[in-house]
Design a protein around this ligand. Structure first.
Ligand code: BG6
Length: 496
C-alpha cells in the first residue's frame, strides 16, 4: 500500500487526477455500485487520483444515515476488493454522503440539489447505477429540480450505464430526452469494454507501430474472428436475460465496439470526436446480418449444471438465445470480402475473449511440402492471459524443408510493473476529467442498434436456438457457419 507522499507522486507522475468535484451515484445501494463503482473510486483514492476535495454522494430509495452508508460500503469493499486498510478507509469514508429519494421523484432530486449546494462544488457528475427504465425519469426530474443546470463556474455531466435502450426506437427516444437536458459533451454513455487495457491496445498496436497497418486489410487478411466465451450462466439475472438475450447483452455494445476498433481507419488524433467519427463510419459500412449469417444457441442442462430454462426468472419454454455466432460484412474499400465472424455464449467450457486475424496464404510457395501450408495468424487476447500472439511457419531444423508452427508471444503479466486497472477505474476518472473518448456518442449507439435490430426477438430472423450442453463450446451449427468458406474457429488452446 503506497503512503500519502507516494500516492501523490504517482498521480503527479502521469498527471491524471480528478478535478475537485461531486460524484453522485443514483442507486448507491445496488449491485453495480457495490461491485464496480465504489471499488473503482476506492482504487482511485488509494492511487491519489481523487482530488482531496472530491466528494461522493450516494442516492437511493431506502432510509439510511451517512454512517450506515459508510458501513455498508466498507463491507462491499471487503467482499469485492479484499482487506481494507484502516488508515486509507479513515481518509476515504468522510468523502461519502447519503441522500434518500426516489428515482425521478422531483422532491427527492430537489433535496439532492440542496445537499450538493451544501457541499459547495460547482462541478457535478451524475451516474445512473439504477435499472434502465428509470433513466428517462431521472433526467426529467433533474431538469425539473434544477439539478441538470451547470452551476456557475463549474459543469454538470451525466454518465449513463448500459443498456442504452432495448432497440433503435427506444435508444432514439432516450437520446432525445437526454439531449434536451444536456449537450452531447456532457453525456457519457458507458461501454466498459472500451476501457479494457487490451481493447485500448488494439489501437496502439495498429496506430503506434508501422508494421501492422499496411497488412491490416482485405489484401492480406482472409477473415477475422471475435470470440467472447463465458463459463458462467446468467448468474441470478434470469429475468433480465429473458428480455435481453445475448444480442442485446453483448453484441449491440461490447462486440460491435471490438469490431469497430479492429476495422476503423486511423483517426487524425486520439480524441473523442475524431475517434468516434471513425467508429461510426465502420458501423455505417456494417451490413445488418441476414438469416443465413446467424446461428443462435441456448445452453441445456448438462450433468449437475442447470440449463437456461431451469434458471430462476426464465420460462421453461424460453427460446431466448444465450449464444450467437454471426457473420458480419463490412462494405468498404478496406474490408470488402473479409468476413468478421463474431460469437459469444454463456456456459462455455472456458473463459476467452479474443480477436483473431487470419491472414491469407502466400500467393506462391516454392517449397515441396508434405502437408498443406498453414496461414499466419495474429491473436489479440483480451481476457484472460491478456496479450498478443503471432503464429507463423518456420523451418524445422534438419535436412530438407519441413515446416513447423512457431509463435512470437507478448503477455502483459510480468512485462509491466503494474497490473492493468479495472475498466471502471479508467472510465470514472475519464468522466471526471471530461475525456469522452472511451464513451459512446448518440449516433454511435443508434447505429449499433440498427445493425443488431434484425437479430432481436420477434423482429427478424430469430430462429429457434440450437441447444448445446452447458460447459461445452456451443452448437455445431456455429462451426458450419465458417466451414462453407473453408474457415474454422480458432481454438484458444491451440499453438499451431
Ligand atoms: C456485461 C454483460 O455487460 O459484460 C454480462 O451484461 C457479461 O453478461 C459482462 O458477463 C462481461 O464483461 P467482462 O468484463 O467480465 O468480460
Amino acid at each position: 500500500m503506497p503512503n500519502d507522499a507516494e500516492t501523490v507522486s504517482l498521480a503527479a507522475s502521469n498527471g491524471r487526477q480528478s478535478e475537485p468535484c461531486t460524484f453522485v451515484i443514483f442507486g448507491i445501494t445496488g449491485d453495480l455500485a457495490a461491485r464496480k463503482l465504489v471499488p473503482a473510486l476506492w482504487a482511485l483514492h488509494l492511487e491519489g487520483r481523487l482530488h482531496e476535495n472530491t466528494q461522493i454522494v450516494g442516492y437511493a430509495r431506502s432510509e439510511r444515515s451517512n454512517t450506515e452508508l459508510r458501513d455498508s460500503l466498507h463491507g462491499a469493499l471487503q467482499t469485492y476488493v479484499g482487506t481494507v486498510d484502516q488508515a486509507a478507509w479513515d481518509s476515504f469514508a468522510p468523502r461519502l454522503h447519503y441522500v434518500r429519494g426516489g428515482y425521478g421523484d422531483t422532491a427527492g432530486h430537489t433535496e439532492l440539489l440542496a445537499a450538493l449546494d451544501g457541499l459547495g462544488h460547482p462541478r457535478r457528475l451524475f451516474y445512473t447505477a439504477t435499472p434502465p427504465e428509470t433513466y428517462e425519469d431521472i433526467v426529467n426530474a433533474m431538469v425539473a429540480s434544477g439539478l441538470a443546470a451547470s452551476p456557475e463556474g463549474g459543469w454538470t455531466r451525466l454518465v449513463i450505464e448500459k443498456p442504452f435502450g432495448h432497440d433503435t426506437k427506444s435508444a432514439q427516444q432516450l437520446n432525445n430526452v437526454i439531449s434536451e437536458a444536456f449537450a452531447e459533451d456532457q453525456i457519457y454513455r458507458i461501454d466498459h469494454y472500451l476501457a479494457k487495457e487490451t481493447a485500448q491496445n488494439i489501437a496502439v498496436l495498429r496506430f503506434a507501430n508501422a508494421l501492422f497497418e499496411p497488412i491490416w486489410s482485405n489484401k492480406y487478411v482472409d477473415y477475422v474472428e471475435i470470440s467472447m466465451m463465458e463459463p458462467m450462466g446468467v448468474e441470478g439475472r434470469g429475468a433480465f436475460y429473458e428480455a435481453a438475450g445475448v444480442v442485446r447483452d453483448v453484441f449491440q455494445n461490447h462486440l460491435l465496439q471490438l469490431i469497430a476498433l479492429v476495422a476503423m481507419e486511423p483517426p487524425s488524433r486520439w480524441q473523442a470526436n475524431a475517434v468516434r467519427d471513425e467508429k461510426v463510419k465502420v458501423f455505417d459500412a456494417l451490413e445488418a446480418p441476414s438469416r443465413d449469417d446467424v446461428v443462435f444457441g441456448q445452453y441445456d442442462r448438462h450433468g449437475d449444471t442447470p440449463g437456461y430454462r431451469d434458471e430462476d426468472g426464465v420460462t421453461d419454454q424460453s427460446n431466448q438465445a444465450t449464444y450467437a455466432a454471426v457473420r458480419f460484412k463490412i462494405n468498404n474499400w478496406r474490408w470488402s470480402g473479409v468476413p468478421f465472424y463474431v460469437r459469444s455464449g454463456k456456459r462455455m467450457g472456458a473463459k476467452t475473449t479474443e480477436i483473431v486475424l487470419n491472414f491469407k496464404k502466400p500467393p506462391h510457395v516454392p517449397f515441396a511440402l508434405k502437408d498443406p501450408l498453414k496461414a499466419d495468424r495474429l491473436v489479440l487476447r483480451v481476457n484472460p492471459d491478456e496479450g498478443i500472439q503471432f503464429v507463423f511457419n518456420a523451418k524445422q531444423p534438419g535436412q530438407g524443408t519441413n515446416l513447423g508452427r512457431v509463435s512470437l508471444d507478448f503477455a502483459y503479466e510480468g512485462r509491466f510493473d503494474r497490473s492493468p486497472p479495472d475498466a471502471y477505474e479508467t472510465l470514472l476518472l475519464d468522466a471526471m476529467l471530461g475525456d469522452a473518448t472511451l464513451f459512446m456518442r448518440a449516433d454511435e449507439i443508434e447505429a449499433q442498434w440498427r445493425i443488431v435490430e434484425p437479430l432481436l426477438n420477434g423482429s427478424g430472423p430469430m430462429a429457434d436456438p440450437h441447444f448445446y450442453p452447458a460447459g461445452t463450446s456451443g452448437p455445431d451449427a456455429a462451426e458450419r457457419l465458417l466451414q462453407a468458406a473453408g474457415h474454422a474457429w480458432h481454438d484458444p488452446t491451440s499453438t499451431s
